[in-house]
Ligand binder design. Structure first.
Ligand code: S3P
Length: 165
């Protein structure tokens, strides 16, 4: 088994929502590694960060990605930082990977940048921008397709993804 599409990108790119819409259109199941980790742990991601630290979360996340790549044959959304792990980058080779690119204005509008995201505590806009500057090369390298989502609604993003597949 293998996902039909893997969706990557930063917090606020709309990964989970677009994955849901795409899956519905394709008549497939949707899976989300953030939700997998939380379900397996019985804790929120923030709780895992606070209790165990980010490295422990990243291990759980990597394991969740590997499991999902083996078990899931629908649309798969990854947590925003999952692709930073070189092992995850390697595991994604050969898959169709869509990078939902987004600028700060749109990301901020989508998530308010005040949601419970442990990496964006403090000054969420500044944190997000620093994060995205560092990660954009990785998202670009890992993806087989890049879709610019700025100014688009979820259905339009799903259209753009389908057109690019
Ligand atoms: C993270 C993104 C989050 C979640 C965790 C870390 C990141 O997922 O996995 O808070 O490093 O970008 P979303 O991208 O779904 O918000």
């Amino acid at each position: 088994m293998s996902p039909s599409v893997v969706i990557i990108g930063p917090p606020g790119a709309g990964k989970s929502t677009v994955a849901r819409v795409l899956a519905q259109r394709l008549g497939q199941q949707v899976r989300d590694t953030d939700a997998d980790v939380e379900a397996a742990q019985g804790r929120t991601i923030s709780e895992i960060f606070v209790d165990d630290g980010e490295p422990a979360f990243r291990e759980l996340e990597h394991a969740a990605v590997v499991r999902a790549l083996e078990e899931h044959d629908g649309v798969l959304a990854l947590g925003g930082g999952a692709v930073l792990d070189p092992r995850t980058q390697e595991a994604l080779r050969g898959h169709t990977v869509v990078f939902l690119d987004v600028r700060i204005t749109d990301a901020a509008a989508r998530i308010g940048l005040n949601r419970d995201r442990p990496l964006l505590i403090g000054n969420p806009r500044a944190q997000w921008t620093i994060m995205m500057d560092a990660r954009r090369p990785v998202y670009t390298e890992v993806a087989t397709v890049r879709v610019a989502t700025d100014g688009l609604g979820v259905e339009e993003v799903a259209d753009a993804v389908q057109a690019a597949l």
